[in-house]
Design a protein around this ligand. Structure first.
Ligand code: PEP
Ligand code: MG
Length: 747
């Protein structure tokens, strides 16, 4: 770093700091800043272009171009040199702008043919805000230090914009984070919600980007980094012996925290006039920019680690963080990059909606959001940088769309939709206690899926006739250590109490695949969905299975008990599991515990193999439940977690329905009760076709019971069977179009 330019950028930043302290606001402030930069850099022109919307840049202030062009000259992303700086997020430095690729002459600016052009992006933490440009008549290329100085100024401008420094009278600027944005993501839990943004990790606002005393800033940085290192070491110490992946992340944190390159760059930034906070943020911005270009998953993860670490450091430096004392806004909509199930449960039902920048449809957080019936959209790019605490927001969990700071017309339409849904819910309430009998007299049992205590209050209000699937693993997943038997007894007792005599099907621990217990030794598997999971783990590690069975028997305290084993692939597995139940019963009896009044032991049919088990198996099992989330992924060989393929095959595909029908027939031979508990049970058209195929018990999320019942009450299964048969006969791939047509034509 040349000494001369060190003072150059420091001088420029010093003047900028004075400007920030001045009374001027809005447009006047921007104008003065362009003047100041042009003057300091000995250029005829300095201009600030800011984004009007995602695609359009607008000249917002200039020294040297025609004043009339301000707020008139616009360009699209990628258009002209300015547009190219914005698009690629890279500096353009040229002594001969007119012959540069992409140059566009804009006569309205009164732009003489300025030879030299230096444009740098104005961005904050990966969010593109605009472009800062200097131009000069003299043909010269700008030095590396001049570029650096302009980049630092651009960063300070972004910081000032964040603080609202350009909002004011006559500004005619669209201040950042004030315009409406529509963001698209993936639907993970349906429903619509209107509310206000609550950032799970509030962004740290740097109020002092420019240092007054570099020496002091260096000391502050060193102290903060030391505190950070001690913190990371402590986390590592506590986590020893724990989950391997978690340890790897912490190791990466430690590596970055001790990285000489990272420190050196931040020290240089401070020497050039930035405050410690701004130096950290500059590094973080660059890491984010790289993150958006890297496709290698491992590298992206490491850059994300660095991002996390920078946030921690910023919180130490500014004293800001989760405990800012801010209060949850009314109707909070949680915004986060990712969130763990435990954190989510702490918010509980106070949340109206959830939007995640990452997340996935199969993650634990999603399972919890579903259990709590909170609309959730995942994979929403940029949401954590776009949204500010308290912003008005609409979440459409049905289509995976988020409207941030929406226009009035959008709000109106959205509220109409919510009102219609509420009306429908009311209609459903009126049929709540009616038995579900179709027009042709077929009775269908509608029961609900649950997994948390929080689900149980829905049992009476939804009209469910019982719990068809209680996913016991959720309680295990939410804890950071193996629960004790006594805790399980208490939990299951509460579930049975809340069910007030209605049947509850307890599914034994279904872990493995996407559901990994943080406190159990993690086994790396090439294909976890086809791996060591559910009953396979239970039979290999009998201790946990026995503990759970004991807890269930004790919780029943003489009441009827229903147990179901997940992921049974062959009869022998079921037999072994049932033998465990019998052994446990005998042991409990010896110990003097009251035994359940009745005991049913069933199996989940989640692998195609079980559908072809010997008929004897169907006689031995007390009931079967089709777990079609898994069954479907194996039937079509399409990973239920993989966005690229998970929606590729329709449940109403003729082959799949025929397969379901085959299972119905096999159960019918031995009178084995059969239910269906995958997500599809809760979708009215799917539920109707499943009932037409002969399924007489459907287990679904409580909120789905109303819509499913409403359709079943109005339908004739015989007619639907006929439509399906015709579709098969024609050789249709899916029966959906034919069924939809029929429903439309019949009101
Ligand atoms: C299923 O696979 O359909 C099922 C109900 O189980 P889970 O979704 O918990 O795997
Ligand atoms: Mg399953």
């Amino acid at each position: 770093m040349a000494d001369g330019t060190e003072t150059e950028s420091r001088k420029l930043l010093g003047r900028l700091r004075e400007e920030m302290a001045s009374e001027a606001a809005g447009q006047e402030r921007l104008d003065r800043i362009t003047h100041l930069i042009a003057d300091s850099m000995r250029c005829e022109v300095c201009s600030i272009y800011l984004f009007r919307d995602e695609e359009t840049l607008e000249l917002c202030a200039t020294e040297g171009l025609a004043a009339e062009a301000v707020h008139k000259t616009r360009m699209r992303m990628g258009e002209g040199l300015v547009g190219r700086v914005a698009k690629y997020g890279q500096v353009i430095n040229t002594a001969d702008a007119p012959s540069e690729k992409g140059f566009r002459y804009m006569p309205e600016t009164g732009e003489e043919r300025f030879s030299s052009f230096l444009g740098v992006p104005i961005q904050r933490l990966g969010e593109k805000l605009g472009v800062l440009v200097v131009q000069s008549r003299e043909e010269r290329e700008f030095s590396a230090d001049e570029i650096y100085a302009l980049e630092v100024v651009a960063m300070v401008l972004a910081e000032m914009a964040e603080l609202g420094a350009f909002i004011g009278e006559g500004a005619a600027l669209s201040p950042l984070h004030q315009h409406s944005v529509v963001l698209k993501g993936g639907p993970a839990q349906e429903g619509s919600a209107e509310g206000h943004v609550w950032l799970h990790e509030p962004r740290v606002v740097v109020t002092n980007p420019i240092a007054e005393d570099p020496q002091r800033e260096l000391e502050r940085l060193n102290e903060a980094v030391e505190e950070l290192r001690v913190g990371v070491d402590k986390m590592l110490e506590i986590s020893q012996g724990g989950d391997k992946e978690h340890l790897q992340v912490l190791e990466a944190y430690r590596m970055f925290a001790n990285s000489k390159g990272w420190m050196r760059r931040m020290e240089e930034d401070i020497a050039r006039g930035l405050s410690a906070e701004a130096a950290v943020e500059k590094e973080q911005s660059q890491a984010r920019a790289r993150m958006s270009q890297v496709s290698d998953a491992y590298l992206r993860d490491r850059l994300a680690d660095l991002d996390d670490l920078s946030n921690r450091l910023l919180r130490i430096l500014t004293g800001q963080g989760n405990n800012t004392g801010a209060e949850l806004p009314p109707d909070p909509i949680l915004i986060a990059r990712n969130i763990g199930p435990g954190d989510l449960l702490e918010y509980g039902r106070s949340l109206k909606g959830i939007v995640l920048e990452e997340g996935s449809v199969g993650s634990h957080a999603t399972i919890v959001a579903r259990a709590l019936a909170i609309p959730l959209v995942v994979h929403v790019d940029r949401i954590t940088t776009e949204a500010l605490n308290g912003d008005h927001i609409l979440v459409d969990g049905d289509h995976g769309v988020v409207h941030l700071r929406p226009e009035e017309s959008v709000v109106g339409a959205f509220r109409d939709k919510i009102a219609m849904q509420a009306e429908a819910q009311e209609r459903y309430a009126s049929i709540r206690d009616k038995p579900t009998v179709t027009r042709d007299g077929q009775q269908i049992d509608l029961v609900m899926n649950a997994g948390l205590m929080a689900d149980l209050p829905s049992l009476p209000s939804s009209g469910a006739e019982g719990v068809g699937l209680f996913r016991t693993e959720l309680q295990f997943l939410l804890q950071n250590k193996m629960p004790k038997r006594s805790e399980l007894v208490a939990q299951y007792e509460r579930v049975l109490d809340a069910a007030m005599g209605k049947r509850v099907v307890f599914r034994t621990l279904d872990i493995g695949s996407d559901k990994v217990l943080p406190y159990m030794k993690h086994v790396a598997e090439p294909n976890p969905a086809l791996g060591w999971r559910a009953i396979r783990v239970g039979l290999d590690k009998k201790g946990v299975m026995r503990m759970q069975l004991q807890a269930l028997i004790r919780a029943a305290k003489g009441r009827p008990l229903t147990i179901m084993f997940p992921f049974v692939a062959q009869a022998e597995e079921f037999r072994a599991a049932r033998a465990e139940v019998e052994k446990t019963i005998a042991r409990e009896k010896r110990l003097g515990h009251t035994l359940p009044e009745t005991l049913e032991i069933g199996a989940m049919l989640e692998t195609p193999s079980l559908a072809f088990a010997p008929q004897k198996f169907f006689e031995e099992v007390d009931f079967i439940s089709i777990g079609a989330n898994d069954l479907k992924q194996f039937f079509f060989a399409a990973d239920r977690e993989n966005e690229l393929v998970r929606r590729r095959y329709d449940t109403l595909n003729v082959s799949f329905l025929s397969f379901i029908e085959r299972i119905v027939e096999r159960c019918a031979v031995s009178d084995t009760p059969l239910s269906f508990c995958g997500e599809d049970a809760g979708r009215p058209i799917e539920a109707l076709c499943l009932a037409a195929m002969g399924i007489r018990c459907l287990s679904m999320r409580p909120a789905s019971i109303g819509p499913v019942k409403s359709l079943l009450l109005r339908s004739d299964l015989g007619e639907i069977r006929k439509i399906i048969a015709d579709a098969r006969h024609r050789g249709d791939q899916s029966v959906r179009p034919a069924v939809m047509d029929w429903l439309r034509n019949n009101g």
